[in-house]
Design a protein around this ligand. Structure first.
Ligand SMILES: [Zn+2]
Length: 323
C-alpha cells in the first residue's frame, strides 16, 4: 500500500513558500555515510485549506484544532498511496466529538468535517486548544479510528482500524502503523489558530524497507543508525516549529534533519476541494423510497441537501430523481 520514494528524483531548487500555501513536501534522508535513501519523509503543510474548510464550519476552537490536525495527518499519509484513490482518516468517539473525518485524493483534494455534541461543553477550553496539541481523550473520548485507502475499484479498498489510543491524533496514527506492521514510522502534527486563520502541518519519517518489502531484523547497520537518529530528531521538533508560518517547509526539513543529509523532491499541491456534485446527490436520492423522499421535501417543494464537508446546499426537484 505504500510506494517507495523515487531516489533518482532530482533535488529541487529550493524556493520559499508563500504563507498559506498548501503542499506536501516529499524528502528522503541519506544518512551520514551514503547517498541512498535510508529514510523517507513527508512534511504536509495545509494551513490555507484548513483555514477555508474551518471557516465554513464554525467549530469551537478545540474541535477546529483537532480537525486541522486530522487534515494535516491525512494529507501526510495520502502521499504514500501506491495508486490513485482516496485516503480517509475517520475517528468515532463517545466524547464531545462523535465523528472526525478528513480525506484527501491522490491529486490533493482535501476536505473534512467533524460532528460533535452541540448540547455539551468540551472538557477542554479554547485557551488550552490554542497552546497544545488537540487532546484525543478530552475531545473524542474512547472509540476507534479507521484509516482507509480506496482506489475506487472492486478489490482496491484497504482499511485498518485501531482503538483511540494515546493523547493525540499522531499517537493514533502511530498505533495504526504498529498495528498494520508497517515499517518503522513516526509522525507528529500540530495546528494553531493564528490571526484570522489556522496553521497546520504534519511531519512524518519512515524507514525505507529493504527489497521493497518490510524491513527485516537484518537491515543494515547504517539504516539502523539513521533510523535511530531520525526518530530522535523528529521527536525533538517543537510545536512552534510546526506551526511557524514564516518557516518554509524545506527550511524545517533541512534544519531538523541536517545531520542525515536531507534531499527534497518537488512539493505536491493540496487544496480545499470537495468531491460532491449534483449528480452524486441525485444518485443518492434516486435510491430512496417515495416515503423517504417525501420526508425530505422542504417547504419550497424541493429536497434540500447540504454537503456536510463543504456546506454547499443543493435544491433538487424530487420528481427529477425518480426515473
Ligand atoms: Zn461538498
Amino acid at each position: 500500500m505504500f510506494v517507495e520514494f523515487d531516489v533518482a528524483q532530482k533535488d529541487t531548487d529550493l524556493g520559499t513558500v508563500a504563507a498559506g500555501a498548501a503542499q506536501i513536501l516529499p524528502f528522503y534522508l541519506a544518512g551520514e555515510a551514503g547517498d541512498s535513501a535510508l529514510i523517507r519523509g513527508r512534511l504536509a503543510t495545509v494551513s490555507g485549506p484548513a483555514t477555508s474548510i474551518l471557516a465554513r464550519h464554525g467549530y469551537p476552537d478545540a474541535v477546529a484544532s483537532l480537525q486541522a490536525e486530522a487534515l494535516a495527518i491525512a494529507a501526510c499519509l495520502s502521499t504514500f498511496m501506491k495508486f490513485d484513490g482516496v485516503f480517509t482518516l475517520q475517528a468515532k468517539g463517545n466524547g464531545f466529538v462523535k465523528t472526525l473525518l478528513a480525506d484527501v485524493t491522490s491529486d490533493g483534494a482535501l476536505r473534512g468535517y467533524a460532528a460533535f455534541d452541540n448540547g455539551a461543553a468540551p472538557d477542554i477550553g479554547d485557551d488550552m486548544a490554542a497552546s497544545m496539541p488537540a487532546s484525543v481523550p478530552a475531545l473524542l473520548g474512547t472509540g476507534y479510528a479507521a484509516f482507509t485507502v480506496d482506489q475506487g475499484t472492486e478489490n482496491g479498498r484497504y482499511q485498518g482500524i485501531v482503538e483511540l489510543a494515546g493523547e493525540t491524533l499522531s499517537d493514533v496514527a502511530m498505533a495504526w502503523f504498529a498495528n498494520s506492521e508497517q515499517v518503522d514510522s513516526h509522525i507528529v502534527a500540530a495546528a494553531a489558530k493564528q490571526g484570522g486563520g489556522w496553521v497546520a502541518s504534519a511531519l512524518m519519517v519512515q524507514r525505507v524497507a529493504a527489497d521493497g518489502g518490510r524491513s527485516s531484523p537484518s537491515s543494515n547497520a547504517d539504516q539502523d543508525d539513521a533510523w535511530t537518529t531520525a526518530e530522535m530528531l523528529i521527536r525533538s521538533v517543537t510545536r512552534d516549529e510546526l506551526v511557524d508560518p514564516a518557516l518554509a517547509p524545506e527550511d524545517l526539513v533541512f534544519r531538523l534533519f541536517n545531520a542525515l543529509r536531507p534531499h527534497v523532491a518537488p512539493a505536491q499541491p493540496v487544496a480545499d476541494r470537495c468531491r460532491c456534485s449534483p449528480e452524486k446527490v441525485e444518485a443518492v436520492l434516486a435510491r430512496m423510497s417515495a416515503e423517504e423522499l417525501a420526508d425530505l421535501v422542504a417547504e419550497s417543494g424541493m429536497v434540500e441537501v447540504t454537503c456536510e464537508f463543504c456546506k454547499t446546499m443543493r435544491a433538487i426537484d424530487p420528481g427529477l430523481s425518480r426515473h
